[in-house]
Design a protein. Structure first.
Length: 564
């Protein structure tokens, strides 16, 4: 029996069998020459056969999935691609895996050079096929197929890998890497999958099918638990289930402090799947629709995405705003056509990507504009804005697209509200300027914290330095809320800070009266708000702003939560 502790991302007590996935071998293709090209050729040919057999076993659930499988098949049957690999092995004496890697690079570059947008948009699928091939050469299955209820144990998972799993079989998630605000954590939270990240080496010490127990709230993992531990986890589960029931019973109550101050709680979603949870949590709108998650699943089919936007707008009805954030791709959300960068978090991300790929951006803006015709609650929000010039360029492009829609007779709401996220210190410090151009703002604390303190939000090694209560972060937040309000611009928070009930007294005290979070957090934060006194929160926040460091603020908040 081994005990490990990591970063608890979503609560839930689970005991089950592990399904272990590791990418490590695939990331380290050895650039070695072979003495036996014939053997490498046969390894390669068998790998192709086994991947094709794997693909034929998969039953696609949607048109997009069947398109994706079609791409795999076309690639693995393409005589030019196969010949490139065979020549690498025969003539250059590359090992099979190096030959595949080198040939795929060439293949991808050639497709990009062709300028064919259909193929350019499918580079992720091509890469996936490459991974399958490399896995087969290494003798491991690359399928992230979870065909029985399991606790997923992995070195890391990309958001799209998690999305491809049959989530009804995912009991829980344990990863070597990742922090509280990494995108795979956000996805686990909104899918309500008990999850623990930043566990270091869990994927190398847990054997496939081993029994594991986890408590997502505590960040506690037990590998090969004994009978006594299993019994104690059963008791934990009982308590967790009762707490959950209580929370759900509060879903219809207003999020109002004891002295009658109303806070608007909205939901963050990543797709249509999140909508039922949002509605049942009693959220008063969608404060953040992370549209890029749809793009990660399927970049090609815009019509499908437009239908999803319209469906969300229709189903939310007049429950509150529905805020579509334009694609925030890049960073840890790489899509087709994006190449690895030295420093992706500071790189080609969000509006920077969209303003260069206006073909993609235009299509998305049209889809959101179309949704605005369905309901006046639809709002549009831009991510990662770093200053007024960038904002004005993006707004000018939106105006261009609106003009095209008018010319083409595409109906949309001329009064659709436009907002910007405040995720960079430069945007926060220029709130007074940005506020002149938008109707609303939303602080993305996940990024604002990482950029203010210069701490990668997804890096578990420095997770202890990621301090939401750093005075610099709180001062920026206070500045944003005050300046936005002065200009009559509504301001909310949609980063993970909003969804942590422990921060509620501070956020209410700083003057935020709109918060957006996952459906589960709506339940928790509402419960906490109903125990608070807004006036006392304001005094508390004033006091906190005079403190000199994160430790003192964390202590003050702990004391406050202990008392009030
Ligand atoms: C944020 O940065 O706080 C935010 C809400 O955006 P994302 O987490 O998707 O980067
Ligand atoms: Mg962000």
């Amino acid at each position: 029996m081994i005990e490990k502790r990591g970063i608890g991302v979503f609560p839930g007590v689970v005991t089950g069998h592990a399904a272990v996935f590791r990418h490590t071998i695939l990331d380290n293709v050895e650039h070695a020459l072979t003495e036996n090209p014939e053997i490498e050729l046969s390894i390669f040919e068998n790998a192709v056969k086994s991947v094709l057999a794997e693909i034929h076993k998969i039953k696609p659930h949607s048109k997009e999935e069947s398109d994706m499988l079609g791409i795999y098949e076309a690639m693995l049957s393409d005589p030019d691609y196969l010949a490139l690999i065979q020549d690498n092995i025969k003539d250059r004496r590359y090992t099979a895996s190096w030959a595949v890697e080198a040939a795929t690079e060439k293949y991808v570059s050639a497709l990009i050079a062709l300028g064919d947008s259909y193929f350019a948009e499918r580079i992720t699928d091509i890469r996936d096929a490459e991974v399958r091939l490399l896995s087969a050469i290494a003798g491991i299955s690359s399928d992230v197929i979870v065909d029985k209820p399991s606790v997923i144990v992995a070195d890391y998972l990309t958001p799209s890998e998690l999305m491809q799993m049959d989530r009804s079989n995912v009991l829980g998630l344990m990863l070597d890497t990742g922090g509280l605000t990494s995108h795979v954590a956000i996805l686990a939270h909104s899918e309500e999958i008990p999850a623990i990240l930043g566990l270091g080496d869990i994927s190398s010490i847990v054997e496939d099918d081993a029994v594991v127990a986890m408590d997502g709230k505590e960040g506690l993992v037990i590998i090969d638990p004994d009978e006594k531990t299993i019994r104690s986890f059963r008791a934990r589960k009982g308590i967790a289930t009762r707490t959950e029931k209580e929370l759900r019973e509060g879903a219809t109550l207003p999020a109002e402090t004891l002295d009658g101050h109303r806070i608007h709680l909205m939901c963050n979603i990543e797709g249509l799947e999140g909508l039922d949870g949002a509605l049942s949590s009693g959220a008063e709108g969608i404060g953040l629709f992370r549209t890029e998650f749809l793009a990660l699943q399927n970049f090609g089919d815009e019509e499908n995405k437009a239908r999803i936007y319209e469906e969300v707008a229709r189903r939310m009805g007049d429950s509150g705003p529905v805020t579509f954030r334009t694609y925030d791709l890049g960073g840890d959300k790489m899509a087709d056509g994006m190449t690895a960068e030295e420093n992706p978090i500071l790189g080609w991300r969000a509006v920077r990507f969209c303003m260069e790929r206006k073909d993609i951006f235009r299509k998305q803006l049209i889809s959101i504009l179309r949704a605005s015709a369905v309901s006046p609650s639809v709002r549009l929000m831009f991510p990662m804005i770093s200053g007024s010039e960038e904002l004005l360029e993006v707004l000018a492009f939106l105006d261009e697209v609106k003009a095209e829609c008018r010319a083409d007779g595409i109906p949309f709401d001329e009064n659709m509200k436009i907002g910007t996220m405040i995720e960079t210190p430069s945007a926060a410090i220029t709130t007074d300027i940005l506020a002149d151009y938008v109707d609303f703002m939303s602080i993305g604390t996940n990024d604002l914290i990482q950029y203010t303190i210069a701490v990668d939000r997804g890096n578990e090694r420095i997770a202890h330095l990621y301090r939401p209560l750093h005075p610099a972060v709180l001062r920026l937040m206070k500045y944003v809320v005050d300046e936005a309000k002065k200009k009559g611009v509504t301001v909310s928070i949609c980063g993970e800070m909003a969804g942590n009930a422990e921060y509620a007294p501070l956020l209410v005290g700083l003057g935020f009266d709109e918060l957006s979070m996952t459906a589960h957090s709506v339940l928790e934060v509402r419960k906490r708000i109903r125990t608070l006194n807004a006036e006392s929160c304001v005094d508390f926040a004033d006091n906190v702003l005079s403190l000199r460091d994160a430790t003192s603020i964390e202590r003050a908040l702990k004391d406050y939560n202990g008392k009030a």
